[in-house]
Write a protein that binds this ligand. Structure first.
Ligand SMILES: [Zn+2]
Length: 563
């Protein structure tokens, strides 16, 4: 970390680079976003997220609250390991304690120790919180804001002031909420941020208040919206139209309760529809891959319906429209999906006609003859009748198409597998033995797992790993089981949807059977085959047929520890 540098309000407020005024993008994934239930980032994860945001071209990365927990303090101590190219770092903390000085304030000391060029101070702007949560006088709260901002500014930091509960505070006592902003600006805050901490504000109110504040403010005005009324992105966009020049939000809309404003949707909307240049040139096309990477670090599946970046964001259940989509993709999408690094997708369904299959095949780079398209369509219809669902299982669909048209290498085939499930008072474990053929060789491998599917996955990977190095990067991210009522009116069938991922992206495969293990095996092997397809792995040469298994070379792969 280099010495903190400051940028005075005179030089930054007027900075314009594009046809529209420069709007600063301030990411709070590592602090506010991490409040989301189920999101737990290690320090290493936080460093990866910061690097991804920097590579995208976000202006400010808020690293955390160094005064609140040792993990955030460690992040700031280690962030120098990253060679950030674009982003400036901010450390977050509260104003000083009531009736105490700034010099011996532990929290303010921790903020200075973080050595960031930007310090973001949060202070109360709602009288209810001053009276009931802080339990101090309203005058003392104003003094806390002024003292703390002045202290940080005197230390050479650029100060961003987060006015907590500003919108609720404005409606409760307009004069006091404005006095809090004035106290921060008079003390040297470079940016005052109107925070919708409870997230209930609607866009018309957001627009009206931002208009009013921006017209009278003597500093840059920023906004920070939560999504409790499903308006966080909308509010952020209208705030910029009203004069806000600093937008806070979190990657993928992470955050407590309903989340923070989804920074990626804000960026895409303002760049593509309002002409703002927020990211460095060319970076907008990295939006979808950045969203997926950060979801990976957060160990959360990226919602397929997430606007702009989700895998279904441009997916149309085509049916009758498929041929029209193939002809005029722009007629069925609000933007060019490629602008944000996403792609248009035609979903396969029982309603699909031949034109739909042709469009989907063309998306995969396969040019099908009408006869082959009919053959594929017949296969899809028969499979969907048995309970397969290809709308989400795009990888299995691609394998089906390739297999039908003879464009799928055979990397391995199954001789047999066996699974033993062991249940005891101490633990449940399963053991699987798989016997595969790889061209002219036989492979037998054993795997252990916490359940039969896990054990099979372990054994399958062990059997293949010494032949296909690409497998090491593939891991399971999601496993869903659904029992379907008997479509053939005989018995219920089980459908397994399995999502696996590697550095390139996620793919979902499907398996269907009367038996859950068989259905899982099918989805597992499809996932592996698709990974090998994407990695361009070569299939082994096919062996001359023989009935004498003892003549075939045999590989035995043993159990590793902690399988
Ligand atoms: Zn917040």
């Amino acid at each position: 970390m280099t010495e903190p540098t400051t940028t005075g309000p005179m030089t930054t407020v007027s900075a314009t680079t594009g046809p529209e005024p420069k709007v600063e993008i301030y990411d709070t994934t590592l602090r506010d976003g991490s409040q989301q239930v189920g999101l737990d980032l290690t320090v290493a994860d936080k460093l990866r997220v910061a690097a991804a945001l920097d590579a995208l071209g976000v202006d400010v990365v808020e690293g955390g609250w160094p005064g609140s927990n040792p993990k955030d303090a460690e992040f700031f101590a280690r962030v120098g390991e990253l060679d950030l190219k674009h982003a400036q770092l901010a450390a977050f903390g509260a104003t000083r304690l009531p009736r105490r000085g700034v010099d011996d304030d532990v929290n303010l000391k921790a903020l200075l120790a973080a050595q960031t060029p930007i310090v973001t101070l949060v202070g109360k702007a709602w009288t209810l919180h001053v009276d009931e949560a802080l339990r101090t006088t309203r005058e003392e709260n104003l003094a806390m804001v002024a003292d703390s901002v002045a202290f940080m500014a005197a230390e050479g930091r650029r100060v961003v002031f987060d006015a907590e509960h500003f919108f609720d505070g404005y409606f409760a006592d307009r004069g006091y909420a404005l006095a809090v902003l004035d106290a921060a600006m008079d003390a040297g805050a470079d940016t005052v941020v109107l925070c919708d901490t409870n997230g209930g504000t609607l866009p018309d109110d957001a627009a009206r208040l931002v208009d009013e504040i921006a017209a009278r403010a003597r500093a840059r005005v920023g906004v920070h919206f939560h999504n409790d009324a499903a308006c966080a992105v909308a509010n952020s966009v209208v705030a910029v139209s009203g004069g806000a020049r600093h937008v806070q939000g979190a990657a993928n809309g992470y955050g407590e309760r309903c989340g923070n404003a989804d920074l990626f949707a804000v960026i895409a909307g303002l760049e593509l529809k309002r002409g703002h240049e927020l990211l460095p040139p060319g970076r907008l096309a990295e939006l979808a891959s950045t969203a997926r990477a950060i979801a990976d670090y957060a160990n959360l599946p990226l919602a397929s319906r997430q606007p702009y970046v989700g895998s279904s964001a441009f997916a149309t259940k085509a049916g009758l429209h498929a041929s029209a989509i193939a002809r005029r993709p722009d007629a069925y999408a609000h933007i060019d999906p490629g602008a944000v690094g996403n792609r248009q997708k035609v979903l396969v369904s029982e309603l699909a006609g031949r034109s739909n299959v042709l469009a989907k095949a063309a998306e995969l780079g396969l040019d099908l003859s009408p006869e082959l398209a009919t053959k594929v369509l017949d296969q899809v219809k028969a499979a969907e009748h048995r309970g397969y669902a290809y709308e989400a299982a795009d990888a299995s669909f691609e394998l089906l198409v390739r297999k039908t048209v003879g464009a799928l290498p055979e990397w391995f085939s199954l001789d047999s597998y066996r699974v033993v499930i062991e249940r005891s008072a101490a633990e449940d474990r399963s053991e699987a033995i798989v016997r595969l053929r790889l061209g002219g060789e036989r492979v037998v491998a054993v795997g252990e797992g916490v359940g039969p599917v896990h054990a099979l996955d372990q054994a399958l990977r062990r059997a293949l790993s010494s032949f296909y190095s690409a497998l090491s990067g593939i891991h399971l991210v999601d496993y869903k089981v659904r029992i379907l009522d008997g479509r053939a009116a005989t018995s219920a069938v089980t459908r397994v949807m399995l999502t696996s991922a590697d550095s390139v992206g996620e793919r979902t495969t499907v398996g269907v059977s009367d038996d859950i293990v068989t259905a899982s095996w099918e989805a597992l092997t499809d996932g592996i085959a698709f990974g090998l397809l994407r990695a361009g792995a070569e299939a082994p040469p096919t062996a001359p047929h023989t009935d004498a298994p003892q003549d075939i070379p045999l590989h035995l792969e043993t159990i590793a520890e902690n399988a």
